[in-house]
Design a protein around this ligand. Structure first.
Ligand code: GYE
Length: 354
């Protein structure tokens, strides 16, 4: 059974600071020590044989090094996620080595290898796609560096290759979108024609948001996904792909389900250029919950947005500090999320942080 830990953001920052003080204290006091951290052996401090020297010496404080391979900067979600990681590292006093891979798995693998060469204490990866990670994770294990997976899932046959996976439940996000649609269309009879803008091919949010949505629609035969294509999570591709959907289906689309807000914003432009009203002629459901998407909901151009929270920084830094202290982390840390609609958007928009 999966163990699940939900950590609220406010608390996480406080806890991270507390951990920092504790960890600094521990490092200051211990000598000649090798600590076991989740199966990896990490040398914490240089040895000293003289007790007096030890008592008089300044406490040794070392800031931990975190190598983070960020997958890209394709969306507002991603920009907010990078910012959250930078800010939280700064607050926790963790030295951050961040590499942006521009949506290339090859670049991510190179970045991880460079973190290993630089001898960081912990490596975090937000993987662009699900598969193909085992060899580089084995290299990290050989080097004795623990790995955290952030944001997107990895498909691995050996679960011991990573310490914990911190991020959202994308399948549940898809289900929430599907359940909303069933409710929205409860009084409509006849076929409902749905177009889907999928995220990056092979990425876990694309796979699971698609899967959860289909599961929720389940046996409702009148719900038909008539078009589905990847638009790589970007606004420009979202517009292009929606334009081609509209042309192919001559505007006869009742619903757009977009795997993120950026693609939805692009699609809205295409719908308006085609002469239809987004949110009315075509029901639009999206995922992420960026400020821009909220503004569109208030204008009535998007009908519902499933939240996906990018503010993972505090949870990540807390995990790093706990790991360095020798604690065992749960295998899965899920970010709590909800759905917002045209009805609730106005109340929530001022609370949006991204
Ligand atoms: O929904 C999308 C981004 O992996 C959860 O990636 C993330 C997704 C997010 O580009 O906007």
């Amino acid at each position: 059974m999966r163990r699940t830990l939900e950590i609220r953001y406010g608390k996480a920052v406080g806890l991270a600071m507390l951990m920092l003080v504790l960890v600094a204290g521990i490092i200051g006091c211990k000598t000649d020590e090798t600590e076991k951290i989740s199966g990896n052996v990490v040398n914490q401090t240089p040895s000293s044989s003289n007790r007096n020297d030890e008592e008089e010496a300044e406490p040794l404080r070392r800031s931990f090094k975190l190598g983070f391979s960020q997958l890209g900067s394709e969306s507002d979600w991603r920009l907010a996620n990078t910012k959250s990681i930078r800010e939280a590292a700064n607050e926790a006093g963790i030295q951050l080595f961040l590499e942006n891979a521009e949506q290339s798995q090859e670049k991510q693998i190179e970045a991880v290898r460079s973190f290993i060469d630089q001898g960081v204490d912990v490596i975090a990866i937000a993987p662009v796609v699900e598969t193909g990670w085992e060899p580089i994770l084995r290299e990290a294990r050989t080097a004795g560096i623990p790995v955290l997976i952030l944001d997107r899932k990895m498909e691995l046959s050996d679960q011991s290759l990573y310490v914990t996976f911190i991020g959202s439940d994308f399948y549940e996000e898809g289900r929430m979108a599907g359940r909303y649609l069933l409710d929205k269309m409860r009084d409509r009879s006849g076929e409902i024609r749905i177009a889907e803008l999928r995220g990056t091919e092979g990425a876990s949010p694309s796979i699971d948001r698609g899967g959860g949505f289909r599961e929720a629609l389940g046996e409702f035969k009148e719900m038909n996904i008539i078009a589905s294509e990847s638009a790589d999570f970007t606004q420009s591709r979202g517009k292009e792909v929606m334009k081609s959907f509209l042309e192919t289906h001559k505007g006869a689309i009742d619903v757009l389900y977009s795997h993120n807000d950026d693609m939805a914003l692009g699609a809205i432009e295409a719908v308006e250029e085609y002469g239809l009203q987004p949110g009315k002629d075509i029901i639009i459901i999206s995922v992420d919950g960026t400020r821009q998407a909220f503004e569109m909901m208030i204008e009535g151009k998007i009908n519902a947005v499933v939240e996906c929270n990018p503010m993972l920084g505090p949870n990540v830094m807390q995990a790093v500090l706990e790991l360095m202290e020798g604690r065992t982390l749960p295998k899965r840390i899920i970010t709590p999320e909800r759905i917002y609609t045209e009805v609730t958007a106005e109340r929530e928009v001022s609370n949006r942080k991204y």
